[in-house]
Design a protein around this ligand. Structure first.
Ligand code: SF4
Ligand code: SF4
Length: 60
């Protein structure tokens, strides 16, 4: 699994990218993007996102 960003909820604030200890999140075009190869499922970003835009799930 890997963290998954719900695009409609993400505001592109970048808080999650700073919180990720594995540098798995980047902001691209005002949208957080998780690199599933870097994500370690630590869930830090899920608790950090002020908009509840991140969840754990399988990537499509
Ligand atoms: S913290 Fe949430 S709203 Fe902000 S960029 Fe990350 S996913 Fe988007
Ligand atoms: S679950 Fe952890 S490792 Fe994965 S993107 Fe979120 S903060 Fe980074």
């Amino acid at each position: 699994m890997a963290a998954f960003v719900v695009k409609d909820l993400c505001q592109g604030c970048g808080v999650c990218a700073q919180a990720c200890a594995y540098r798995a999140i980047t902001i691209q075009a005002h949208l957080a993007t998780v690199d599933p190869d870097k994500c370690r499922d630590c869930e830090e970003c899920i608790f950090t996102c002020p908009n509840g835009a991140i969840t754990l799930g399988t990537t499509a």
